[in-house]
Ligand binder design. Structure first.
Ligand code: NI
Length: 208
């Protein structure tokens, strides 16, 4: 094995160790909540400040997502299946919550800001529910948020010269202080998802 190979393996091992450490923490804390709709203790390692732009071109920061709990989906408007499926599920959750739906913030954050301009995001999200806030920004602004929120995304070239985006599919659940308290997995049963959302609403209001 060459020195270069060793260095490469070493770098990959370090990345893998970090990913495993983060994953183990999250999965350990989540093992007890599967179908009970319970949430974990706020995890400060995931989340933090961000500054993005909504569908009307207005600045939105993490501060705007406090005061009530929030749910975030990270994706892109060209997404062939995961994003439209999850957004229509989110639309269903909002309808099922009825009056309580107003007790949560809803956000769809683009991982593909080059194509997802505020106008594109607004029109796309409006097809699901106007209460879901579309968020995009410069590549740097989006990357900063994806890093802080530990969201995986990767540009994948397509044969036709275009590209698609691989990305994390889980819906993030944040408390009223915008602290990470759990996820709804892609394809999770509606009953389980609604239990988690109701639990999120019941939780104590913002500490400030
Ligand atoms: Ni998607």
């Amino acid at each position: 094995m060459s020195a270069l190979k060793l260095i490469r393996y070493g770098a990959w091992a370090a990345v893998a160790a970090l990913a495993i450490a983060a994953g183990v923490i999250v999965s350990l804390q989540m093992t007890s909540n599967d179908n009970g709709g319970s949430l974990i203790e706020p995890l400060s390692a995931i989340g933090g400040p961000f500054e993005l732009t909504n569908g009307n071109g207005e600045v939105v920061t993490d501060k705007d997502m406090t005061g009530k709990p929030s749910i975030y989906l990270f994706g892109f408007t060209f997404c062939p299946d995961v994003c439209p499926t999850t957004l229509s599920e989110m639309q269903g959750w909002i309808m099922s919550l009825g009056e309580d739906a107003g007790k949560l913030n809803y956000a769809f954050v683009s991982v593909d800001p080059e194509r997802d301009t505020p106008d594109v995001m607004r029109d796309y999200v409006a097809a699901f529910d106007e209460r879901i806030v579309p968020l995009t920004g410069s590549r740097d602004q989006v990357d900063a948020m994806l890093k802080a929120y530990r969201v995986y995304s990767k540009k994948v070239p397509l044969d036709d010269g275009g590209y698609t985006m691989d990305h994390s599919a889980a819906v993030y659940l944040m408390d009223a202080d915008n602290r990470f308290v759990g996820t709804i997995a892609y394809g999770e049963a509606e009953e389980s998802a609604l239990k988690k959302l109701k639990r999120l609403i019941e939780k104590a209001p913002a500490s400030s």
